[in-house]
Design a protein around this ligand. Structure first.
Ligand code: AMP
Ligand code: MG
Length: 539
């Protein structure tokens, strides 16, 4: 009996195990980097510091709506612990456990091409970094946990609809094999939040929620841009050293004069592979400001993101971006590059010569080109991508665009039907507009002809080709209308649609008998519906 009540007796005596008792924290971020000496929770400019201590604001009635079983397991929570009242309290920000030292971090950023100055965690509060069962450090961050010194004019809260979207998409992206921040839990607060969803002067009360998101680090390009813009070069250097030591251990042995340059090149390569991942599956981030770019190359900050239904490189899901369409699907690689040039500029005070920074940017271009070729080979089922295949892919995309055809269904169809059996009829379920389909019918025939010839000249056998294609062409993506349907159900009190959708998105490349509906093209009702086609940032 030494050491307290054995676990087996917890049930007998009705004593619930404390889900947090075994959490181990590593608060090295706070120890290694300067913090804000001012402990008041009031909006201000914070100079010379990378974080401010701040407590989450208490909420009325936390209730767990959904959780990620994979993430819970990594953090060491049993399913019993996850459903306990303590868990919902903790991940709504209503209680702390030993070792937690909540803080908001300080960063800036370029928004829509303009330097915006200090932004910071305005509605995200880090609880601490937990050592997971995998031995790795996982930062737990509550999004929507109340005001912080960085909240500027806003309320520090998040609404249910945007929280469902962040929760689901974080996990969907992970299961697609694309680097991303993760999500542990989705909790409703029992409080309403006022939002002007359409920015039309008609704010409404909506249910509030908190997502606990999880990542090795939430450091963004903007964390480095802010001290640089302020001339706080020693602070910048300290942050760079910390980041390399803690998150890029492979660079520890690099010689001091190459270390930061090698690190920047690695960020460039990771960012290139990240964006190539988005382009492969049809993900549009929607707000690729530099404060929404992870220094680890993760997808971060799920706001008004969207997924491509009918192929359209000009699609942006973000109403705020509707005019300039800076963050349109097809521009993501060049926007990522522009963002990296801003990071390079921010890091330049650490260099006597900008050549290593230019080399990093060149590494982005080279890595992206290689990853794009990988995408083409995988998506079309080729052993390798030859120069002509770039044109073959561009022509397929141009047909999908002209014919208003569903990207995901087209590639999954190509994966499942051998090239010599492919006819236009195979794509019958992928069209959104019969007239456009018919007008582009000859282009499809011509393309199929070329594709068959190309396949005949490829060394892969049919079975290996199919396996290769099905591993990169998902059947299930988190289409906007699917998320919106789950959100509307949850707003009416039935959260089960969130778990259902998460379960489907956990196996995006598998056929899931009985779940075909989740792989269908966007229904007509969703074409111009708010939440399904365009979204605002007002989350
Ligand atoms: P985002 O558009 O979500 O990338 O946010 C840009 C900046 O606005 C960040 O500094 C956020 O912390 C801040 N922000 C967004 N929404 C809120 C909110 N409801 N309350 C406080 N700050 C917010
Ligand atoms: Mg953001």
């Amino acid at each position: 009996m030494a050491g307290g009540i054995p676990t087996s007796l917890h049930g007998i005596y009705g004593i619930r195990p404390d889900p947090m008792a075994n959490l181990r924290f590593d608060n090295s971020f706070l120890g290694a980097l300067p913090g804000d000496p001012d402990h008041r929770n009031s909006v201000r400019e914070v100079r010379g510091a990378l974080w401010s201590e701040v407590m989450p604001t208490l909420v009325a009635a936390p209730k767990l709506l959904a959780h990620s079983p994979e993430m819970a397991a990594i953090l060491g929570f049993s399913e019993e612990e996850v459903v306990s009242a303590e868990f919902a309290q903790l991940f709504a920000g209503n209680r702390l456990v030993d070792g937690m030292r909540p803080y908001a971090s300080n960063y800036g950023g370029h928004q829509f091409g303009q330097w915006a100055g200090q932004l910071g965690d305005g509605r995200a509060i880090t609880l601490g970094t937990v050592i997971g069962t995998d031995g790795a450090g996982w930062e737990l961050q509550l999004k929507g946990a109340g005001k912080t010194p960085y909240s500027r004019h806003a309320d520090g809260r998040a609404v249910l609809r945007s929280s469902v979207r962040e929760f689901l998409c974080s996990e969907a992206m992970h299961h697609l094999g694309i680097p991303t921040t993760r999500a542990l839990s989705l909790v409703t607060t029992g409080e309403d939040v006022l939002r002007d969803m359409f920015y039309d002067g008609h704010p409404e009360l909506e249910p509030g929620a908190v997502v606990c998101r999880v990542a090795p680090s939430f450091l963004r390009f903007g964390h480095f841009e802010l001290p640089s813009a302020r001339g706080e070069i020693e602070l910048l250097r300290t942050l760079v050293d910390y980041t390399i030591d803690h998150h890029f251990p492979e660079l520890k042995s690099a010689s001091p004069e190459h270390r930061v340059g090698d690190w920047f090149a690695e960020i460039c390569r990771r960012t290139a592979r990240l964006v190539a991942g988005w382009m492969r599956v049809g993900f549009v981030h929607g707000v690729l400001n530099t404060d929404n770019m992870s220094i680890l190359g993760l997808t971060i900050d799920y706001g008004p993101y969207g997924w491509i239904d009918d192929y359209d490189p000009d699609f942006t899901p973000n109403t705020t971006d509707a005019q300039g369409r800076r963050y349109r699907f097809g521009w993501q690689p060049r926007v990522a590059y522009w963002n990296l040039t801003q990071l390079a500029r921010a890091l330049s005070p650490l260099f006597d010569d900008v050549a290593p920074l230019q080399a990093g940017l060149d590494a982005f271009a080279a890595t992206y080109a290689e990853a794009e070729r990988g995408n083409i080979a995988g998506k079309l089922g080729l052993a390798e991508c030859r120069d002509d295949d770039l044109v073959l892919m561009a022509d397929l995309q141009s047909w999908m665009h002209a014919a208003e055809t569903d990207m995901t269904i087209v590639f999954r169809t190509l994966s499942d039907i051998p090239a010599d059996a492919l006819t236009a009829d195979a794509f019958a379920d992928a069209h959104y507009d019969a007239a456009k389909r018919d007008a582009a019918a000859e282009r499809l025939q011509a393309w199929l002809q070329r594709y068959r010839q190309r396949i005949a000249d490829d060394p892969l056998d049919a079975a290996s080709r199919r396996v290769r294609m099905r591993a990169v062409n998902p059947k299930y993506i988190l289409r906007n209308w699917l998320a919106q349907r789950a959100i509307e159900r949850a707003q009416q009190g039935d959260a089960s649609g969130i778990g259902e959708l998460l379960d489907v998105m956990r196996h995006p490349y598998d056929d899931q008998p009985g779940n075909e509906e989740f792989a269908g093209k966007r229904p007509e009702w969703a074409r111009d519906r708010a939440g399904c086609s365009m979204l605002s940032c007002s989350s």
